[in-house]
Design a protein around this ligand. Structure first.
Ligand SMILES: Cc1cc2nc3c(=O)[nH]c(=O)nc-3n(C[C@H](O)[C@H](O)[C@H](O)COP(=O)(O)OP(=O)(O)OC[C@H]3O[C@@H](n4cnc5c(N)ncnc54)[C@H](O)[C@@H]3O)c2cc1C
Length: 701
């Protein structure tokens, strides 16, 4: 008998289908994830003197900047390949991998159960929104199995059924159900197993070391200038040091501080602005993700999956304390409103076309409107929406609750049944959602664009690589979990490429260009007496980005916002920042870079809409001359009339390169992908054995 027939003819024992209560200690282990102690790196002996300051110099074969899931993966794979690698990080357990999550934080890989998966189909799903290189999508698809198997090997507790197949579910932009999760803190658990491996392998860490400038000389990256808070008194008070490396790998995550309305943890600056400053090509900066989450003022966390699939009551409260279940003004019935709140679970990112026809992004628009009226929007898990009935839900919502045996009286009971970790998580951070309302908003969550790289992670500047969120590998949309997958796959690929070239530890001596860069950086770090206050630049940039480049993006305001961003960048670069103490010497770099990045994002959007670009992915481009208008039961939506996407724009990427005075915007066709069915063993064996496989992709002229 074939396995298929046996499977269908055998019934599982009834007991295997019953959900079991999960003991508290198991929940605790998945939410309170303690990290190992990371020892300090050995102090350096080499110093140079620049502008009266003692500046330590460190030398490595490979420098990985950042210790999120992506950077750690690159570091351990490079170390295993025998390379001389060091990790320099602002904070070993900072960034989104260690500090962010959702109800079930998602890893998206090829399916492993039953008949397995088809990588060509998976690549098509990864790049479905357009503006993504086809070879990159295939690389992420085909690399996903190895990347996640190694995480399992390192001890990542991915759940399996009793046959060993990883448990799967459906997530955003995922028609098949390729998602899996360890719970709310998947990426923190990834960081934990990866850092444990890095420590086992003896990878040295510079633990409070923030890269503030890329050093470029003769068209090659020589390493970075960094501010290291653990240098001690032998060095300059600003903590400035020089790290020279045969290859520099940026793994610094996304620019979470770019928007006021943001669900990133605090102090995520990334290094996109630093790369732009060095003239490195960036791409797709107009593509990002927005969705519902709790606010940075409290505890930033995504409200996807079961948080909304249990259909909590959504209400707003004004200054006088009056509560309104405002979704009733937008949807035609409680059933329609409740079913769309449910759908935010797996249609989490905002998408303009889903504002139409009473679909799930109308919920995001309603929340946006309500908060612009000055009201606080909350989820209430203690009560159902007024008029709600479990018998009066659309089929997808009802069958999900039936299948999960969660037809229980209140949202909190349904959540406790389906995902007790989700409750635990907020309790850990001071909110008991079993008794208290949860304020939330629609926030910026992810940068899909970033440093332009080839399929080996090489940037346009030779000697520089980028991976994880700082790399611009995603297109317009991405399936939920594809970010974590891309970081792991590219960690392996960057390390393989590095192993093929074996970057040498730089010889003694410091190039004149590096000395000059140190001198300029010292001047910035010391601050300018008549410069800007950091907070004023931060507030301007964040407000401009949330008000003019958010998910509701009025076309008429983009050119003006870009001009204002250009003016601010000009003044910031010319006038610098005031610094109250040497401990704050990294701040002028951060906000100088954010000023450059904000201008580059707005230049991308400006160029996109000037070419007739329409709504896609993260943004609704609102325009009175648009062709689509959302409809709502009792709200006039003409202000949100929006432009439709021009399908030809899916076939290109928008690039930006800073030439020292201007953000030069360009267009590139997508890289294609050969038919994998034409790749045969004998024909392709020799290119593998001779390392010729590493030559394709980006060409460094
Ligand atoms: C709320 C939320 C939920 C998410 N949920 C999902 C999900 O379910 N699935 C998914 O795939 N993705 C998800 N994402 C996105 C995903 O978490 C990130 O894309 C991913 O973790 C980025 O990993 P990374 O290693 O590139 O960067 P990070 O994890 O952000 O790490 C960056 C590292 O670089 C360091 N660093 C930064 N700048 C510097 C510098 N200048 N010098 C030195 N070090 C520096 C930081 O301290 C940190 O160690 C979510 C994001 C958020 C905000």
């Amino acid at each position: 008998m074939t396995l298929d027939r046996r499977v269908s003819s055998l019934q599982p024992p009834a007991s295997s289908l019953q959900p079991l209560p999960v003991p508290q200690n198991i929940l605790d282990a998945l939410t309170r994830v303690d990290m190992p102690a990371v020892p300090p790196a050995a102090p350096g002996r080499e110093m140079i003197e620049v502008a009266g300051a003692q500046v330590p110099v460190f030398r490595h074969g490979v420098l990985v900047v950042g210790s999120g899931a992506a950077g750690l993966r690159a570091a351990i794979e490079a170390k295993r390949a025998g390379l001389d690698v060091c990790v320099a990080t602002m904070s070993p357990f900072g960034g989104t991998s260690a500090c962010s999550g959702s109800d079930k934080q998602t890893l998206h890989t090829a399916g492993t159960s039953n008949k397995g998966d088809d990588f060509v189909n998976l690549a098509a799903a990864i790049g479905a929104g357009g503006a993504m290189d086809l070879d990159q999508a295939y690389v992420e698809a085909v690399g996903s199995i190895g990347a996640f198997s190694a995480l399992q090997y390192l001890g990542l507790p991915l759940p399996t059924d009793r046959f060993g197949a990883v448990l799967r579910y459906q997530t955003d932009h995922d028609e098949v159900g390729r998602a899996t999760s360890c719970g709310p803190r998947t990426s923190r658990l990834m960081v934990k197993v990866l850092v444990e491996e890095a420590l086992r392998l003896g990878v040295p860490f510079r633990r409070r070391c923030e890269a503030v400038r890329l050093i470029e000389d003769g068209g090659r990256c020589l390493g970075v200038i960094a501010i290291d808070r653990e240098l001690g008194e032998v060095a300059n008070p600003q903590g400035l040091c020089l790290i020279l490396a045969g290859a520099t790998v940026l793994a610094t995550g996304g620019p979470g501080e770019l928007y006021r309305d943001s669900v990133y943890p605090r102090h995520c600056y990334g290094s996109l602005g630093m790369a732009i400053e060095a003239g490195v090509q960036v791409v797709n900066l107009g593509e990002s993700q927005f969705g519902i989450g709790t606010r940075r003022q409290e505890f930033p966390w995504n409200l996807s999956g079961t948080y909304v699939q249990v259909v909590p009551r959504v209400f707003s409260v004004d200054a006088a304390g009056t509560e309104r279940e405002f979704l009733n003004d937008w949807f035609r019935s409680v059933r329609e409103a409740s079913s769309n709140v449910f759908r935010k679970g797996y249609q989490w990112p905002f998408h303009a076309s889903r504002m139409l026809d009473y679909k799930s992004s109308l919920v995001d628009l309603a929340i946006h409107h309500e908060s612009r009226l000055g009201r606080t929007v909350c989820l209430d898990f203690t009560r159902n929406p007024t008029g709600f009935s479990l018998d009066d839900l659309d089929d997808d919502a009802r069958s999900y609750l039936v299948n999960n045996e969660a037809l229980l009286a209140t949202p909190i009971e349904r959540l406790r049944r389906m995902n007790p970790l989700a409750i635990e998580l907020y309790r850990m951070h001071g909110t008991d959602i079993a008794t208290q309302p949860l304020p939330f908003n629609v926030n910026n969550q992810h940068m899909n664009g970033g440093v332009a790289v080839d399929t080996w992670g090489r940037a346009s500047l030779p000697g520089l690589y980028a991976l994880g969120e700082v790399a611009g590998t995603h297109g317009v949309t991405r399936p939920g979990g594809a970010a974590l997958n891309a970081g792991q796959v590219m960690g392996v690929r960057v390390a393989r490429h590095l192993a093929s070239v074996v970057p040498a530890r730089p010889d003694a001596g410091v190039a004149q260009a590096a000395r000059a860069a140190v001198g300029e950086s010292l001047a910035i770090a010391r601050g300018a007496r008549a410069g800007f206050a950091v907070a004023s630049v931060r507030d301007q940039i964040q407000a401009r980005m949330s008000d003019h480049a958010g998910f509701i993006c009025p076309v008429a305001g983009i050119a003006g916002a870009k001009a204002a961003a250009t003016a601010l960048r000009g003044r910031v670069l010319a006038e610098g920042f005031q610094i109250s103490s040497p401990e704050r010497s990294a701040e002028p770099f951060r906000w100088r870079h954010m000023a450059l990045l904000s201008e580059a994002v707005l230049a991308t959007l400006d160029s996109y809409v000037a070419a007739g670009g329409g709504s896609r992915g993260a943004r609704a481009y609102c325009d009175a001359a648009g062709t689509r208008t959302p409809a709502a039961r009792a709200v006039d939506c003409t202000a949100w009339r929006f432009r439709d996407e021009v399908s030809a724009h899916r076939q290109e990427k928008i690039t930006v390169r800073w030439d020292g005075t201007t953000q030069v915007v360009g267009r590139e066709a997508l890289r294609g992908m050969e038919d994998p069915g034409r790749i045969f063993f004998e024909k392709n064996w020799a290119p593998y054995l001779t390392n010729a496989v590493y030559d394709d992709g980006f060409h460094h002229g």
